[in-house]
Write a protein that binds this ligand. Sequence first.
Ligand code: 5GP
Ligand code: ZN
Length: 113
Amino acid sequence: MDCLFCKIINREIPADIVYEDDEVLAFKDIDPQAPTHMLVIPKRHIATLNDIEERDLSLVGRLPQTAAKLAKEQGFADEGYRVVMNCNENGGQTVYHIHMHLMGGRRFTWPAG
Ligand code: 5GP
Ligand code: ZN
């Protein structure tokens, strides 16, 4: 499959991997928008938020769970952080394999741009 993040999962493209288990992978974003910026992805290919099916629900739940675990490990869980999932063109999605951005280490504004 011609998917950048599937290639990272399959080690066909290198990435700075920070966490992996049977269901999810987390790695550093190549273009960080915060002092800490990681992406948490399911190992099963799901193109967009619109494509999540009933059978994916527990897997998708692992994304925020893993993000929170990493935030705690990296020491910014209590001060706070931002998680984002972009969907399709208006949402700013550029890689069509769902991913949760985990950003920490600075204050974020709201509403998002
Ligand atoms: P999106 O815009 O789809 O929400 O987020 C895609 C993210 O993937 C962007 O933040 C971008 O910097 C990151 N990204 C794109 N290509 C690569 C890559 O080859 N390696 C890594 N580690 N991140 C990437
Ligand atoms: Zn994929």
